[in-house]
Design a binder for this molecule. Structure first.
Ligand code: AMP
Length: 243
């Protein structure tokens, strides 16, 4: 079937009618390499659809910050740009999806990252609406350029800097201090990219043939990507599939 035609479009449209005053449940997963803009877009979508933004990287960083047993187990792995074990992250997401605020939907960011994680997610979502998967595609050179400039607000988590020549030092939203993630140093970014290509990119093939899969061009500006991602979540036309 040609991309973007027939059941592919109508399935998502049924899920989230464009003119609905209150959006219906949306089970959305954003995937893409580090620095593709998943976090920024996920925050926007979660606000728009009034569903929780569930980012395994944020949950793990909080655990590291709190020096909990989970944080102590994950810290060195994250600093090396490697993936935390499947069982650990699957457990985190299973618990999080059972909380009441996720009953009417969620935006997943950074999970799944391996095929076993995707299989576990399918099993968890057995009785829910179909998972909408949006892949945000960006070239490696652009990723490295963006991540060297990315800063994150230590207070509210806002992500800034990717589009600026010199990242600002204060958060535009809350005035908090902007910091560089430890794993945004170039050597770690290269490792994360290689892990992404080897372990996470195969998920594109895992999801590609589902009627609720879309790929958007992540090299555009944040607002352009947001429009394409929102359109993809609604099953609209400003979307292309990767080959
Ligand atoms: P992120 O903020 O999504 O880039 O995640 C930061 C780091 O957390 C990753 O480089 C991994 O070390 C770890 N991490 C986050 N999500 C997962 C996941 N689904 N599976 C394994 N490791 C993860």
């Amino acid at each position: 079937m040609a991309p973007g035609r027939g059941p592919r479009r109508s399935n998502i449209t049924e899920l989230v009618p464009r003119r609905a005053r209150r959006p219906m449940a949306l089970n959305l997963m954003l995937m893409g390499p580090p620095g593709a803009g998943k976090g920024t877009q996920a925050r926007r979508l979660a606000r728009g659809f009034r569903v929780p933004h569930i980012a395994t990287g944020d949950i793990l960083r909080e655990a590291v910050e709190m020096n909990s047993p989970l944080g102590r187990a994950a810290a060195a792995i994250m600093d090396a740009g490697q993936l935390v074990g499947d069982e650990i992250v699957i457990g985190i997401v299973r618990d999080r999806l059972q909380r009441p605020d996720a009953a009417t939907g969620f935006v997943l960011d950074g999970f799944p990252r391996t095929v076993p994680q995707a299989e576990a997610l399918d099993a968890m979502l057995d009785r829910r609406n179909p998972l909408v998967v949006i892949d945000i595609a960006v070239e490696d050179a652009e990723i490295i350029r963006r991540l060297s400039k990315r800063r994150v607000c230590a207070a509210c988590g806002t992500i800034v800097g990717a589009a600026e020549e010199t990242p600002p030092s204060e958060c535009p939203d809350c005035g908090g201090a902007l910091v560089q993630r430890r794993d945004d140093q170039e050597s770690v970014v290269r490792e994360r990219l290689s892990v992404y290509r080897q372990r996470t990119a195969p998920l594109i093939d895992y999801y590609r043939n589902r009627p609720t899969f879309r790929s958007v061009d992540g090299s555009l500006t944040e607002d352009e990507v947001a429009a394409a991602v929102a359109d993809a979540a609604h099953g609209g036309s400003a979307v292309r599939r990767t080959a």
